[in-house]
Ligand binder design. Structure first.
Ligand SMILES: [Zn+2]
Length: 130
């Protein structure tokens, strides 16, 4: 589920479970989306949220490490700390938001990702050649 405050295309967190155990996620487009100039980036961003859970866990750990996420143990709990240098302002919400921000940019303006974090660029480039 997207936590962006300025959400243009909202990914509903609701999962509808049918009798065949299919999980369905819903993306709703609002008027603001159609006025946006970066529709491709928004679509790529939101669809990466839809598929985030299906990603290989090791790949997601690698992404988080390359992006600069760190972990600390606090009172028996593992606490995530976001990278100091964020690709977008809301990337510090959580690793999924950070991932989706990078993914949306990689699919539309990969040079932005390459300039910001060449290691994350290579991570995506290995999987989705641009
Ligand atoms: Zn998002």
């Amino acid at each position: 589920m997207s936590k962006r405050r300025d959400v243009l295309l909202h990914v509903a967190g609701d999962e509808i479970r049918s009798s065949t155990r299919l999980k369905i996620k819903i993306a709703s487009l609002y008027d603001q989306f159609f006025k946006a100039t970066n529709k491709k980036e928004i679509i790529a961003h939101e669809f990466s949220h839809l598929h985030y859970e299906k990603w290989n866990k090791k790949d997601l750990e690698e992404f988080a490490r390359l992006s600069g996420w760190t972990y600390k143990r606090e009172n028996e709990k593992i606490v995530d700390f976001p990278p100091e240098k964020l690709i977008q302002a809301d990337s510090d919400l959580d690793k999924e938001e950070d991932f989706s921000n990078y993914f949306g940019l990689f699919m539309t303006t990969p040079e932005v990702v390459k300039n910001h974090n060449p290691k994350v660029y290579e991570f995506f480039n290995k999987r989705f050649k641009k």
